[in-house]
Design a binder for this molecule. Structure first.
Ligand code: CP
Length: 316
């Protein structure tokens, strides 16, 4: 199948066929990662810049690793040590970087829409590594890959996204991706954590975590994004944990097997009990492993290269 997108800005509008193609490509790169020398020449000669205007551990490291595993040349940019500190704009930063002949740009930015803006400033392919509270498409894809590894078919799978939905780019990318794959999606959290648009997403909405656990096959548990909250949306961390924290006791009460995802970073003892995050029902580290393979697949599909390193050509 041809992959006819120039950029990866979000999963909104992606079809099941497109997502399946990315996940299948990621599975083939996962095999590469299990080899004694986990490296292929696929992106030799391509230059990639990782523009991180916000902190990151998982996304940044896994993009860097994916680029190295594909033999690309990559450059890392941190806003905190750049000329952004001297007042340079995003547009000027990007155009200066492109003048150094960059093929792909990976960008994380606190402003929703920053990656879309970049597509109008530079010719390089743009990959959204998280823009404000909008989308985090490679996180959505690695979550889908992790669920597909366990359940094979996502059709009819009941996935509940629990926590600070309003400020979560992970929630949006998961909703679009899961619905495209035929899963049923629910949201759960305090009313103050539900965005206005939630009513139009076609999801179930729970304000009671025990009812949500009763319904779900999978819980994707989110951190409270204090850095994006401008006013008090909940009384205290302690009360949030008491009312919405995912705990062993709650799962035992529901008497069912449940699978737990979490995009990280985890605030142990807040949204999830520490022991549960490391338990047999947690796929949190599988998500991290799949992140490298998914990012290799996305970089490859947007690069216009074939798997042996020759140019595919003809892609827009
Ligand atoms: N899941 C995620 O985006 O984690 P980082 O912020 O560490 O990249």
């Amino acid at each position: 199948m041809e992959f006819n997108r120039k950029h990866l800005l979000g999963l909104e509008g992606f079809t099941k066929k497109e997502i399946t193609h990315i996940l299948d490509t990621a599975e083939s790169f996962k095999e590469v990662l299990s080899r004694p020398i986990p490296k292929v020449p696929t992106l030799r000669g391509k230059t990639i810049v990782n523009l991180f205007f916000e902190d990151s551990t998982r996304t940044r490291i896994s993009f860097e690793l994916a680029e190295k595993r594909l033999s690309a040349d990559s450059v890392n940019f941190s806003a905190s040590t750049s000329s952004v500190k001297k007042g340079e704009t995003l547009r000027d930063t990007a155009r200066n970087i492109e003048a150094m002949k960059i093929d792909l740009v990976v960008i994380r930015h606190g402003a929703a829409g920053a990656p879309h803006f970049l597509t109008r400033c530079v010719d390089a392919a743009i990959i959204n590594a998280g823009d404000g509270a909008h989308e985090h498409p490679t996180q959505g894809l690695l979550d889908l890959m992790t669920l597909r590894d366990k359940f094979d078919n996502l059709k009819g799978l009941k996935v509940a996204i629990v926590g600070d939905i309003a400020h979560s780019r992970v929630a949006r990318s998961n909703i679009y991706g899961l619905q495209a794959m035929g899963a049923e999606v629910a949201l759960c959290g305090p009313a103050t954590f539900m965005p206005y648009e939630a009513a139009h997403w076609g999801t179930e909405i729970f304000f009671d975590i025990d009812e949500c656990i009763e319904w779900a096959d999978v819980l994707n548990v989110l951190r409270i994004q204090l850095e994006r909250q401008h006013k008090g949306l909940f009384p205290s961390i302690r009360e949030y944990h008491a009312l919405f924290g995912v705990t062993r006791k709650r799962l035992d009460q529901a008497r069912k097997d449940i699978t737990i995802l979490h995009p990280g970073p985890i605030n142990r003892g807040v949204e999830i009990e520490s022991e549960l995050a490391d338990s047999e029902c947690s796929l949190i580290l599988n998500q991290v492993t799949n992140g490298v393979a998914v990012r290799m697949a996305v970089l490859y599909l947007l690069s216009g290269e074939s798997e042996d390193g020759s140019a595919k050509g003809g892609e827009s």
